[in-house]
Design a protein around this ligand. Structure first.
Ligand SMILES: Cc1cc2nc3c(=O)[nH]c(=O)nc-3n(C[C@H](O)[C@H](O)[C@H](O)COP(=O)(O)O)c2cc1C
Ligand SMILES: C=C(O[C@@H]1CC(C(=O)O)=C[C@@H](OP(=O)(O)O)[C@H]1O)C(=O)O
Length: 368
C-alpha cells in the first residue's frame, strides 16, 4: 500500500477500522517545537463521530497516545508516533460483504488488489476511520503553521443542492471562523445550515445519503512558494485531498467555472496595497505556475454521497455469479461533509507544511 506522504515531512498512516488501533508516524518534523495539544484535541473532536443527525452512531473517543517524538510537550526531532485505539467495532456487520461487495465502496477492488487478504471489516484500511490519524498529523503541522501566521479555514460550500455563501476569494480572514463557529453546521449562513440539516434528516428517514462540497482557504502564505510541473502547490494539495475517502473532485480558485469565462474576465490584475502586491480578483486561487502568488489559496473538494445506504440494493454475488439483493449493515454516516470540514483543513495543512519546509527549511521558516 502507499500510505506514506511527503518530501521533507513523511507522514505514514496505519491501521484498520476494526483492528486494534489506528495511528500515524510523522517523520521529519522540526525539533524543539512546543506542541499545542489543546488545539490538536479540538481538531480531533470536530472530526469524531458525534452520533448526531448526519453522523455514524459508532462511538469512538479518538483519544490519542503519543508513543514517541514528543517529550515534555516539545518535539524531539525523532519520528512522532500517535495511536488511537478502536473500541466500538461490530465486525459481524461485515460478514456478508466477502461474497457481496457493496456498490461504490472499496470492497471489490480491494479484494482483487490484495487477493482477498485485505481486512474488509468496517472498510478496513479504506475506512474514513483513518482520517482520525490524518487529522492528528495535520493539526500538529497546523499548530506549527499558526505560529508562522498561516491559517486554514473551511466551511460546507454545499450539501446536495443547498449552497452556503461563498468565500470572498480576495479577502479571507476577517471573522469567517467566528461566524462558522456560531452555527450548528460549519457554514457561513445559519439559514443555509438549517436547510442542510432538514435535507439530512429527510435523507436519513429515506435510508439515503447525501454528498456535498467543502471550500477551504489558506491565508498568510507568502508569494513564491512551490514549483512548476510535478512540484506545484495544486499537485501537493490535491494529492492529500484525494487521499480523503469519498473525495471525487478538487478545484482551485474559480475552478471548473473559469472555463466558461473570457480571458478579459478571468485575469487577476495586479495592484499594490501597503507595500504588498495583490490581485484585484483571485480566479486562480492564489497559485500561478504551481507557485503561490501571496493571495489566499482557495480550493474546493467534492464529496460523494457515501455508498453504504440503508436501502436494499442490487450487487453481484461473487460466489454464485448471480445478481442479488444486498442489505448493508454497519453504522454509517448520512452525510460526511460536516465531518469532512476539519479533515480537509488539517490534511491540507500537511501539504502546506511540507512545501514550506522544502522551500525554507526549519531555520528559514523562523523568518517567514
Ligand atoms: C468523514 C468521512 C466519513 C465517512 N463515513 C463513511 C461511512 O460511515 N460509511 C461508508 O460506507 N463510507 C464512509 N465514508 C466514505 C468511504 O470511506 C469511502 O467511500 C470508501 O473508502 C471508498 O473510497 P472512495 O469513495 O474514495 O472511492 C466516509 C468518508 C469520510 C471522509
Ligand atoms: C468510525 C468511523 O467511521 C466509520 C467509517 C466507515 C467507512 O466505511 O468509511 C464505516 C463505518 O464503520 P462501522 O460500520 O464500523 O461503524 C463508520 O462508522 C470514523 O470515522 O471514525
Amino acid at each position: 500500500m502507499s500510505s506514506i506522504y511527503g518530501n521533507q515531512l513523511r507522514i505514514s498512516i496505519f491501521g484498520e477500522s476494526h483492528g486494534e488501533a489506528i495511528g500515524t508516524v510523522v517523520d521529519g518534523f522540526p525539533a524543539g517545537v512546543a506542541v499545542d495539544f489543546d488545539f490538536i484535541r479540538a481538531q480531533m473532536a470536530r472530526r469524531r463521530p458525534s452520533g448526531g443527525a448526519f453522523s455514524t452512531k459508532r462511538h469512538e473517543t479518538d483519544d490519542f497516545r503519543i508513543l514517541s517524538g514528543i517529550r515534555d510537550g516539545r518535539t524531539t526531532g525523532a519520528p512522532i508516533c500517535a495511536v488511537m485505539e478502536n473500541g466500538d467495532t461490530h465486525s459481524q456487520d461485515y460478514d456478508n460483504l466477502t461474497d457481496m461487495p457493496r456498490p461504490s465502496h472499496a470492497d471489490y477492488p480491494a479484494m482483487v488488489r490484495y487477493k482477498g487478504a485485505n481486512d474488509p471489516r468496517g472498510g478496513g484500511h479504506f475506512s474514513a476511520r483513518l482520517t482520525a490519524p490524518l487529522v492528528f498529523a495535520g493539526s500538529l503541522c497546523r499548530s506549527f503553521l499558526r505560529t508562522r501566521g498561516i491559517e486554514l479555514i473551511a466551511h460546507i460550500a454545499s450539501i446536495a443542492d443547498v449552497a452556503d455563501e461563498v468565500f470572498d476569494l480576495c479577502r479571507i480572514g476577517g471573522g469567517e471562523a467566528e461566524r462558522i463557529a456560531q452555527n450548528e453546521l460549519p457554514v457561513l449562513s445559519a439559514e443555509a445550515g438549517e436547510r442542510m440539516l432538514a435535507l439530512i434528516r429527510a435523507a436519513r428517514s429515506a435510508g439515503d445519503t447525501l454528498g456535498g462540497v467543502v471550500e477551504c482557504a489558506v491565508t498568510g502564505m507568502k508569494p513564491g512558494c512551490g514549483s512548476p510541473m510535478f512540484g506545484s502547490v495544486e499537485s501537493a494539495l490535491s494529492s492529500l485531498l484525494f487521499s480523503i475517502p469519498a473525495v471525487k473532485g478538487v478545484e482551485f480558485g474559480s475552478g471548473f467555472g473559469i472555463a466558461a469565462l473570457r480571458g478579459s474576465e478571468a485575469n487577476d490584475p495586479y495592484y499594490s496595497e501597503n507595500d504588498q502586491i495583490k490581485t484585484r480578483f483571485n480566479h486562480n486561487g492564489g497559485i500561478l505556475g504551481g507557485i503561490t502568488t501571496g493571495m489566499p489559496i482557495v480550493f474546493r473538494a467534492a464529496f460523494k454521497p457515501i455508498s453504504s445506504i440503508a436501502q436494499p440494493q442490487r450487487t453481484l454475488n461473487l460466489k454464485s455469479g448471480n445478481e442479488e439483493t444486498l442489505v448493508v449493515r454497519g453504522r454509517h454516516d448520512i452525510c460526511v461533509v460536516p465531518r469532512a470540514v476539519p479533515v480537509v483543513e488539517n490534511a491540507a495543512a500537511i501539504a502546506v507544511c511540507d512545501l514550506l519546509l522544502e522551500e525554507y527549511g526549519y531555520e528559514g521558516l523562523a523568518n517567514v
